[in-house]
Ligand binder design. Sequence first.
Ligand code: CAO
Length: 438
Amino acid sequence: MSQIIEIKVPDVGGVASIDVVEVLVKAGDVIAEDQPIATLETDKASMELPASASGTIQQIHIKPGDKVNEGSLVATVLANGAANSAPPQPETPKPPAENKTAEAIKPNTPPPALAAEPAKPAPSSITTQPAAVATTVSVKAHASPSVRLFARELGVDVSQINNGSGPKGRILKEDVKGYVKKALTQGVVNLGQSGIPAIPAVDFSQFGEIENLKLNKIKRLTGQNLSRVWLNLPMVTYHEEADITDMEAFRTTLNSEKGKDEIKITGLMFIIKALVAALKQFPSFNASLSPDGESLILKKYYNIGIAVDTPNGLVVPVLKDADKKSINQLAQELAEKSDKARQGKLMPGDMQGGCISISSLGGIGGTAFTPIVNAPEVAILGVTRAKMQPVWNGKEFEPRLILPLDLTYDHRVIDGAEGARFMAHIKQNLSDIRRLLL
Ligand code: CAO
């Protein structure tokens, strides 16, 4: 026989006129026992009202904005399955005077009603069940509904406000205002799950004229990606220098042999070749950490990403199979791809599949910098401007062209010594490019 169960507001410690903030189910819904069906709020606490039986909701008797008291009818449920045979609930005895507020009832503490002796079976098929509120009451911050409403309007989560200045620590409107003020001046608002205080918002117009320039999509996405990498990867940057005097002489010779319309070779092409040679020697740099952090995925291909500066922001086209391409082919491909990048014509496929990236600022200047790894790659090679320097050859100072190199690596994958060896390998190959033939 099917059984109609009335779910009523249970004993909430004598608190009257409780606000119904939210009704979470509707007639016809099939509900499980303990499923929250409504949110109630007293001026001291907010609580979820769980269903005391499973079944199909026949009717909801409350709506948001209503005020209810102990015993108010919340819902009628057509019990099903096991719920049909559930023994009727006992009458709710009055709790001790001290235990008067819902706030005082701790989660997992059986409510007085459930702790009472089992009652005799009800004579009819209509059973009244107080919702077992006390077993699952989630006591939230201590604030009145009007203060909660005020906080919600300002986007403030009242549970983030630690101490209210009202009686017994109750959160007042003034506390919400104070929280917002603090958030604006000190940045106490949490950024997602990072738990890092946000940069405080400043009204710059108070200091002078300003203009609001919307960031384009590339800048926005780059910013998000860089922040994610910065927060997720423990990164170390190692600096090295390579003597590229001989390499530069060779490059100049090669370029002098080229026709007017032929693509000239920059030092970057030799750096790509030296990087590929180092990747072959140190496979953990040509790898990505598995998402669970348990293993290293080693790549058997050598795709090099090159950061390209464009008017719209930074993009990283990938030179695929760089190990199989000649210096001239690499120069040609990079010229085409950086051209496409600057015209905003790169396709997603042009930027996918990179193993490691190079960020070269050498055409602009610099002595050193700390590039950010293009995760899930594990390292990035930074390059700044080569310059002539006096180098001691054992007898005298000699002018040599010295190229500064910076390697940032994911320290979870690469340890310091490995990073230094990797860079020593690149340095050696750039200082004597004949080694790249070996
Ligand atoms: N030292 C000295 N001179 C250098 C040099 C270096 N390390 N690197 C490049 N040059 C010279 C080149 O030889 C060239 O001179 P010539 O015209 O006399 O031959 C000139 O600087 C311009 O080179 P380039 O930058 O056009 O060419 P490239 O192959 O070195 O670099 C590219 C190509 C696409 C990487 C580059 O144009 C670019 O966009 N760089 C910016 C990358 C960037 O923004 N990185 C920052 C990202 S934040 O991590």
